[in-house]
Design a protein around this ligand. Structure first.
Ligand SMILES: Nc1ncnc2c1ncn2[C@@H]1O[C@H](COP(=O)(O)OP(=O)(O)OP(=O)(O)O)[C@@H](O)[C@H]1O
Length: 578
């Protein structure tokens, strides 16, 4: 609620405009009642001809039009405020996600995020397009109507004053219940979106394990839960309308009774005053009822705003890059890991105090059992994660002192399953050198080096063949070779390589070994190694277990000093391609 109020406060001009239009609407409502009463009196009591009231009728028409026109403007201002508020929340969420895109993408939950940015932000709309303008309208108009009734008949005014608070009291009671239900409804919606996206992404796996039907049932269950939550919210909406209707009917009935008694039995009120009060009373209760209904719609917005604020408060620490330039001198920089620690969060996996130094042109292997933190360490060295303590030193300076573009220009990260974008083969290779003009000769050279020449030769459109989403698929080996082509084009001085654990075809395997050997002539290579061949060749091996660096040294040194390393090798001897 506070966040929504703050936004409303920021748009003071809109609030003033809403107050002004509300004031005009209130004045028009009172004038309208006065005109109707006087026209009826002239025609029915004073038996004047129709022509005698034409000027009043014309004024009434103008008043109707003004009231309608100002009601339209009032609504428009609310819609404008809603649009600004949604814009604000969307911008904040997107900024939050894009400030640290890598951490956001690592956390996953894409379905939930998409729903937050789209549907949940849309839920903010009713607060500003309905509730806020209606609250201003109702508070100003109801006071004006009350004053007008007191002016003509104070007893009716007192009845209104006594019955009117029942509406806000009831609104508060039911509002409390609705808010809880609206929060539950939004939770069900985000969980349904997450589940649906998850199932879509894992469709093949689900099919292969014969879990298709089970998953469909789970999605159905999730959507049923969302339906039930929506029905619960609607139940309160209907209940709330019913009670508001009852209260206002009761109020109008009491006033009619009082006015009727005074007019017919006690005869101490003029026809004009009685008719005027009867014309105003329904308007008075309607305006209060309307704020009640709008309040109900606004409760959903409060729940949505809370959800968005919770997401915004769950702030990741943002990686702030500096503007130091990396030495332009040829050759890779020195790399040092200084007491490097990292955690995925409380009670999650963590890497603890890693110290190591890598000379330029060295070949480093990171080894250890599955889940020991090898890939996490590679991500830390790449600058994708923010260490919880310690730092990565590049040429004796903290990595994050450098300019981000400069750093990523020097580096290439070859993951186990390189990502292929929707586009041509050429586009997918050229992303390694954005903005640079690459000649056909260079392209042919990198295709040759990456072992892609034969594949390209078989394709009708050659390097212009569409791949990725919307194009033809590629095998795991072909993806690896595209990644190698990117590396040959970029010629980085640091190569971070997450060696594939799955067996590649022999051709890709040999291309991979050859290529890495060639790229290593100009670069430092840090490999999460699974092949004995890579491990044996390394100048330095880091042996990790459960996020801790157990041993460090050459293959021989580790065999002699680190028992666990030897045990791992013995266990994997059969599994590792040698
Ligand atoms: N986003 C994440 N949030 C929480 N924990 C994570 C996340 N990513 C990885 N982990 C956990 O961190 C630990 C280390 O993962 P990491 O991928 O670094 O291991 P690894 O040694 O490379 O494993 P493998 O050899 O099987 O690829 C694992 O226990 C993993 O479950």
């Amino acid at each position: 609620m506070k966040q929504l109020k703050d936004i409303a406060k920021k748009h003071k001009k809109d609030t003033y405009s809403l107050s002004f239009t509300a004031f005009v609407i209130g004045a028009m409502t009172v004038t309208q009642a006065l005109l109707i009463v006087s026209i009826v009196m002239l025609i029915f009591l004073e038996e004047k001809s129709f022509s005698a009231v034409t000027s009043q009728l014309a004024t009434l028409l103008v008043v109707f039009s003004l009231r309608g026109g100002f009601s339209y403007i009032h609504g428009k201002i609310g819609i404008g405020m809603a649009s600004k508020a949604k814009n604000h929340f969307r911008k904040s969420l997107i900024t939050q996600y894009t400030n640290n895109p890598i951490q956001t993408s690592i956390k996953g939950q894409s379905g939930k995020r998409v729903t937050l940015v789209t549907d949940v932000v849309d839920e903010i709309d009713p607060y500003f397009s309905k509730y806020y303008p209606q609250r201003i309208l109702s508070s100003i108009v109801s006071l004006m109507l009350l004053a007008a009734v007191f002016w003509q008949n104070w007893v009716s005014g007192v009845i209104m004053l006594v019955t009117a608070p029942l509406i806000p009291i009831f609104m508060i009671i039911i509002g409390k219940k609705t808010e809880k239900k609206a929060i539950q409804q939004l939770e069900k919606l985000t969980s349904l979106a997450g589940k649906f996206l998850d199932s879509l992404q894992g469709l093949i796996t689900l099919k292969l394990f014969g879990k298709g039907r089970e998953e469909a049932a789970a999605i159905k269950k999730s959507s049923m839960e969302y339906r039930t939550a929506t029905m619960d919210v609607l139940k309160f909406a209907f209940l709330s309308s019913l009670v508001l209707e009852l209260i206002s009917m009761l109020g109008i009935a009491l006033i009619s009774l009082e006015v009727g008694l005074r007019l017919v039995v006690y005869q101490n009120i003029s026809f004009f005053a009685a008719f005027f009060v009867l014309a105003i009373a329904p308007e008075f209760y309607k305006t209060l009822k309307d704020v009640g209904s709008a309040f109900h719609a606004g409760k959903g917005s409060i729940a949505a705003a809370q959800k968005i604020v919770d997401e915004l408060e769950e702030s990741d620490q943002i990686i702030q890059w500096g503007n130091e330039q990396l030495s332009q001198a040829a050759g890779p920089p020195s790399i040092r890991l200084n007491n490097l620690s990292f955690t995925y969060g409380e009670d999650h996996f963590s890497l603890e105090g890693i110290d190591a130094a890598f000379d330029p042109y060295s070949q480093i292997a990171i080894v250890g059992p599955s889940g020991s933190g090898k890939t996490s360490l590679l991500h830390l060295i790449a600058g994708m994660y923010l260490p919880s303590t310690g730092e990565v030193l590049i040429n004796n300076q903290s990595l994050f002192n450098y300019d981000e573009g400069e750093w990523f220009d020097k580096l290439i990260y070859i993951s186990q399953d390189p990502y292929i974008f929707s586009g041509t083969i050429k586009d997918n290779i050229l992303i390694a050198c954005p903005g640079k003009n690459i000649s056909q000769e260079v392209l042919t050279y990198v295709l040759e080096k990456a072992g892609l020449t034969e594949l390209i030769g078989q394709l009708e459109d050659g390097t212009n063949t569409l791949i990725g989403e919307g194009g033809r698929g590629l095998s795991g080996g072909e993806r690896q070779r595209i990644a190698l082509a990117r590396a040959f084009l970029k010629r980085p001085s640091i190569i971070l390589f997450d060696e594939p654990t799955v067996g590649l075809d022999l051709y890709t395997e040999s291309i991979l070994q050859e290529s890495i050997k060639e790229l290593a002539q100009n670069a430092t290579i840090i490999t999460v190694a699974h092949r004995l061949h890579t491990i044996k060749q390394a100048d330095c091996i880091l042996y990790l277990e459960k996020g801790t660096l157990i041993g460090k040294g050459t293959h021989q040194e580790l065999i002699e000093n680190t028992k666990d390393y030897l045990t791992m090798l013995e266990e994997q001897q059969g599994g590792i391609a040698g």
